[in-house]
Design a protein around this ligand. Structure first.
Ligand SMILES: Nc1nc2c(ncn2[C@@H]2O[C@H](COP(=O)(O)OP(=O)(O)OP(=O)(O)O)[C@@H](O)[C@H]2O)c(=O)[nH]1
Ligand SMILES: [Mg+2]
Length: 373
């Protein structure tokens, strides 16, 4: 099918060809993607353009890493989750980190005070959550503006994203900028990862389950895999996906993270506007203990205390994703345990203390669990 590209497409393509810097190439490629018509005949072109964009971005990040002595941007994970504090300059990230952890980053009224990620431990009851102040983002961070794209890769590395938003200036536009920059660098917020697995194999060709759910069907998937040099793989597709999504999975270029807003400077004036609907918002002006509880509750984690028959519950909880079951508890303790697991007794969320539950029972924060084979 002919692509029928509009004349301006070729103008921008010219711009791309003449671009001298990586940033210019990225901008031109983004523009090409935007103006290329979206239909069957341009699918392949769009894929090629998006792949080029991803490659240019990786180059940009790689270059910055080499320049800036990269390792200092990577923060080793500690505690039950790493939460990135992401915000525009002066949004109050350091102030918040000082309020909630033992870290002592400099607070100042000029922008870009914090230039490297700063970790701190937030103690909440019997768990520890790692908060990391990410150096400020600005519009265009994903293109290397402001402090460059490295803050974005530090944010990408975290388990959860907290958008630190200054309530005394336009809330919606701050959220939009942050979300856009994160999306541009391959961080999807509050969305579940596509239910697709691609497992490379040594032989057997390309086997596909659920091919009718993939855009382009069997041929589309096979062509995509071939383009990536993959000739043997098991592909399982469990929901409708585009070829672009399949490509992201192949390249591991996108991560999916839960996200919420921490609203700062609520003491200054009435809040300016509102964040988009559906995004959880926490007033960071609350007393520390209350704030810590709300943050923990926003991480999508639950604390589970295990016990053996006739003994007391463990002192330190296992911290698992919300919705975890006794089977997940068994798995978290030991693979072996998982196999023999039949049922469990639960104290806490059940109607009766010590009630027998099936192994797929959805546990709640604070439950005590006794596993039985
Ligand atoms: N009134 C008020 N001022 C705040 C609050 N939080 C931060 N500030 C002030 O805002 C300015 C910036 O605060 P920081 O905590 O340094 O902000 P940041 O996001 O870490 O800034 P950079 O690291 O420079 O990007 C400082 O002058 C703080 O005193 C708040 O909740 N209320
Ligand atoms: Mg700071």
């Amino acid at each position: 099918m002919p692509a029928n590209l509009p004349p301006e497409y070729f103008k921008v393509e010219q711009k791309y060809l003449q671009a001298r810097t990586l940033e210019e190439k990225i901008l031109a490629t983004q523009e090409l993607i935007r103006i290329a018509p979206k239909h069957k005949g341009t699918e392949k072109l769009l894929r090629v353009l998006k792949r080029r964009l991803a490659k240019l971005r990786r180059e940009l990040e790689g270059r910055e890493k080499r320049r800036g002595g990269g390792p200092s941007f990577a923060v080793k994970k500690e505690g039950c989750a790493q939460v990135a504090l992401v915000g525009l300059p002066n949004s109050g990230k350091s102030t918040l980190l000082r309020k909630l952890t033992n870290a002592r980053p400099e607070v100042a009224e000029y922008p870009f005070t914090t230039r490297l990620p700063v970790p701190g431990m937030m103690n909440y009851e019997d768990v520890q959550v790692q908060l990391v102040e990410i150096p400020s983002l600005v519009e265009g961070s994903s293109l290397g503006r402001g402090l460059g794209a490295q803050p974005l890769s530090a944010a990408r590395n975290a388990d959860v994203i907290a958008l630190v938003v200054d309530a005394s200036s336009d809330i919606l536009s701050q959220v939009k900028t942050l979300v856009r920059e994160l999306e541009e660098s391959g961080v999807r917020l509050n969305r579940s990862p596509p239910r697709v697995t691609i497992e490379r194999r040594g032989e057997g060709g390309i086997v596909i389950r659920g091919k009718e759910l993939a855009e382009g069907g069997e041929e589309g998937i096979k062509e995509l895999l071939r383009e990536h040099g993959i000739h043997n793989a098991l592909v399982v597709v469990e929901e409708r996906v585009s070829l672009r999504t399949l490509e992201e999975i192949l390249e591991g270029s996108v991560v999916y993270r839960p996200c919420f807003v921490l609203l700062t400077k609520t003491d200054l004036s009435p809040a300016v506007g509102e964040p988009p609907e559906g995004l959880k918002v926490i007033d960071a002006g609350k007393p520390p203990e209350e704030l810590k509880r709300e943050i923990f509750e926003s991480l999508g984690l639950i604390r589970i205390y295990t016990k053996r028959p006739n003994e007391g519950p463990s002192e330190n909880p296992l911290v698992l994703p919300r919705g975890s079951t006794p089977l997940d508890v068994a798995r978290a303790i030991h693979k072996e345990l998982e196999r023999g697991m039949r049922s469990a007794r639960v104290w806490g969320s059940t109607r009766f203390p010590g009630q027998w539950v099936p192994r797929d029972y959805p546990l709640q924060d604070g439950d005590v669990v006794e596993l039985h084979s």
